[in-house]
Design a protein around this ligand. Structure first.
Ligand code: AMP
Ligand code: MG
Length: 414
């Protein structure tokens, strides 16, 4: 029997995160040009400065009539002297007349308002259209001004910003067909554990004794892809030192990051530690969080090694808390912090823990939070039932009605 290893002191999550982000040396990541159409989820590696005004000219925000307010006298018909559809451009408005105009069409020179068609009565003869305006228009009404969205020369998007739907639309609205974005991190993913069986390899009825399905592989691959990574799935690596060393050695050659789950404790069947140490360097942290705790970061050549705990919820949560910001920072993202909301706990959590806890919870219709009854680190149901987690400081109990910090999964996954 080997002597028990001395317990390492726990470090705080904040300290672990700062150290992990500190290993991302390169603050200007390698970049590539991609089509704006394909750039969703990527991190922008350039500022986008508008070369034009948006909208490019004053235009109508209604179907109706463009006119000069001073020409309107209640009850007096005005001749319709031109018709301007979206995509066309009109001519200067003849005094005392109106222009039929449609949403998005440019305002003709001389007009200073648009009256919506619902506020007009057609009064002309066939071939000689005219209208009577039934309201008193205000100068400027229903006109979208040139440059009211974006002024020429204005930076509409900036480097380090993660591209989402609205940002893609904005890039397109200033004419960008391509964008410079950070390269996708190439991540090799493998699971350790001789108890693991891949779904499909074995039917539930025929599971060997002691076997469980590999669930981590599935959520980790999904999480990685949502963080913009190109994932290589290396499957399950057996609990043997030589197999672990071999898997790491070959993965390190063509990946920026190697992510593993399981085997980071210091039990006899945990081979990650000696395997990484045989090939490079390793820091094994005990982080004061629950679920979670064991977490490893190391280097094998130029590749980062990250080892997550095997328990599914620990793996899931340490990914969100540590790996997510790390992967985003690798891509040059500036804002990698979690955003939290302050919500009312409609539950009690009477036993304070000495570690910072992340309790899977769900927002209810009354605007408060319900707690999943089983908070064990192996119970993945908690993360399916919950739509986020309560970030509960170390040493704190929660009474019903207390205000707590809640982080929505959806805010971390998009
Ligand atoms: P370990 O960190 O390897 O000691 O594993 C801790 C616990 O997590 C054990 O009960 C494992 O069976 C379980 N576990 C490890 N890896 C996975 C996985 N990929 N999918 C589901 N459970 C796992
Ligand atoms: Mg294991």
């Amino acid at each position: 029997m080997t002597a028990p290893t001395a317990r390492k002191p726990l470090i705080s999550l904040d300290m672990a995160l700062a150290q992990l982000l500190g290993t991302v040396a390169d603050h200007s990541p390698r970049r590539e040009a991609v089509s704006t159409f394909e750039a969703d989820g990527r991190v922008l590696a350039q500022d986008v400065v508008s070369a034009l005004q948006v909208p490019p000219q004053d235009n109508s925000s209604m179907d109706g009539y463009a006119l000069r307010v001073a020409d309107c006298t209640p009850g007096t018909p005005l001749t319709v002297s031109q018709r301007i559809a979206a995509g066309a451009s009109g001519t200067a408005l003849q005094p005392g007349t109106v222009a039929r105009i449609f949403t998005g069409a440019p305002i003709p020179p001389g007009a200073d308002a648009v009256v919506m068609q619902e506020d007009c009565t057609e009064s002309g003869a066939v071939g000689h259209p005219a209208i009577v305006v039934n309201t008193t228009p205000q100068v400027g009404q229903w006109i979208r001004r040139q440059g009211e969205d974006v002024a020429a020369g204005h930076a509409v998007l900036s480097a380090g910003q993660r591209l989402g739907p609205a940002a893609l639309g904005m890039a397109a609205s200033v004419g960008m067909a391509q964008l410079q974005v950070a390269l996708r991190p190439r991540v090799a993913l493998f699971s350790t554990g001789d108890e693991l069986v891949m779904p499909g390899e074995c039917e539930p009825a025929g599971m060997p004794p002691g076997a469980i399905y590999n669930s981590n592989r599935f959520f980790l691959a999904s999480l990685l892809r949502r963080m913009g990574c190109a994932v290589t799935d290396l499957g399950i690596v057996p609990d043997r030192l030589d197999a672990t060393v071999e898997a790491l050695r070959s993965a390190a050659r063509e990946h920026d990051v190697i992510l593993t789950s399981g085997g980071v404790s210091v039990g006899e069947e945990d081979h990650i530690k000696p395997a990484v140490q045989a090939l490079g360097t390793l820091d094994l942290w005990q982080i004061a969080i629950k679920p979670g705790k064991p977490f490893a970061h190391g280097r094998i050549g130029t590749a980062h090694f990250i080892g997550l705990p095997g328990n599914p919820v620990s793996s899931f949560m340490t990914f969100l808390l540590l790996v997510r910001p790390f992967l985003l920072r690798m891509q040059g993202a500036i804002d990698v912090a979690m955003t939290a909301q302050t919500l009312r706990a409609d539950f009690a959590w009477p036993r304070a823990d000495r570690r910072q806890e992340f309790l899977r919870a769900r927002r209810n219709a009354a605007g408060g939070l319900d707690l999943f009854p089983n908070q064990s680190s192996g119970v993945l149901s908690s993360a399916v039932w919950g739509d986020g987690f309560v970030d509960n400081p170390a040493g704190q109990a929660i009474a019903k009605g207390d205000l707590v910090r809640f982080v929505a999964f959806s805010d971390l996954l998009s």
